[in-house]
Design a protein around this ligand. Structure first.
Ligand code: DHB
Length: 309
């Protein structure tokens, strides 16, 4: 049987597939279910300084080709996740904290506290699209550099970044140039495509309540954008492990992300729609493809996507 383990940021995952932040990862019960599942790691919902209720409902809708959400960062507050961290370690897999403070100062306080937690690593979220009045940090290159200067100076856990999708080669290059200056241990690409709009034409109405119906698009709609971001960052930053996320529903999808350069992958919309059984299913589908192709491990084909000469 093919080996689908992965290592990055000094951590070993028995399976390269785990949850995307936000998908079934907010409450102690949801995190325990991830622990008990075949997921290769546990990643929390993005946390803020204080607990938050989030945006008014309806704020998440499944769609035939994915999902639309404007959750507004509902979470239990960083202290609760730190308190849970020793219990989460008991599942015997790496445990990641997603951090999404509402300001640089908030992020500094949270990361400072994370240093003394049982979390194995931090995924700093630079790409939440759903807080009215708060632009995505990852689309402001000056702000991103300032965040990284301050945060990388105090973060003693391996630090990764959750990036928004980029759509222009100049932006990939600018972002890669900034990331290179700091000790960033992994990149999770991509967050939802922000501020998308889905319309119910029968009722002539939007499908979620916050922000006039605008929300983060996930699922199959965004897979080509996610693959492009993984590919481009892998090319520009070959020494930084890339975690692929966006529209992964099957083992074949994972295979494509690894070909594009991913070291591991996260499941978001499919986890929302199918529940935690998706981890075992997708893992087995990936193993089957690798066995058929004769690849004993992910290294054998990682980044080896061919182009047409
Ligand atoms: C939320 C959505 C995101 O895409 C994200 O990165 C963080 C938070 C949310 O709406 O809760």
């Amino acid at each position: 049987m093919a080996d689908i383990s992965a290592s990055f940021a000094g951590l070993s995952l028995r399976k390269c597939i785990y949850n995307a932040s936000g998908a079934r990862s907010m409450t102690p019960e949801e995190l325990a279910a991830l622990g008990n599942s075949e997921a290769g790691a546990i990643l929390t919902k993005s946390c803020t300084l204080l607990p938050r209720e989030g945006n008014p409902e309806p704020r998440y809708q499944d769609l035939e080709w994915g999902s639309l959400n404007s959750m507004g960062l509902p979470n239990l507050g960083y202290e609760k996740y730190i308190e849970l961290s020793p219990e989460l370690k008991k599942y015997g897999k790496p445990v990641f904290a997603s951090v999404s403070g509402l300001s640089l100062e908030d992020n500094m306080k949270i990361i400072e506290a994370m240093n003394a937690s049982e979390f194995d690593a931090v995924e700093l979220n630079l790409s939440c699209p759903n807080i009215p009045g708060k632009p995505q940090v990852g689309y402001d290159f000056e702000d991103t550099e300032k965040y990284l200067e301050e945060i990388s100076a105090i973060c003693r856990k391996p630090l990764g970044l959750k990036l928004p999708p980029y759509f222009d080669f100049a932006h990939f290059e600018q972002m890669a140039g900034i990331i290179k200056k700091f000790r960033v241990r992994f990149l999770s690409c991509i967050n939802a495509i922000g501020n998308a709009l889905v319309i119910d034409s029968e009722k002539e109405i939007v499908i979620i309540k916050p922000k006039g119906g605008f929300g983060g698009l996930g699922g199959r709609y965004i897979k080509p954008a996610a693959l492009a971001n993984v590919r481009k960052f892998h090319e520009l930053l070959p020494d930084i492990p890339i975690i692929g996320v966006g529209g992964i529903f099957t083992g074949r999808d994972v295979f494509e992300f690894v070909l594009a350069g991913a070291t591991a992958v996260q499941l978001g919309t499919v986890l929302m729609q199918e529940g935690t059984s998706c981890f075992g299913r997708v893992a087995r589908e990936l193993e089957e493809i690798m066995d058929k192709k004769g690849y004993p491990s992910l290294e054998r084909f990682r980044g080896k996507l061919k182009v047409i000469e």
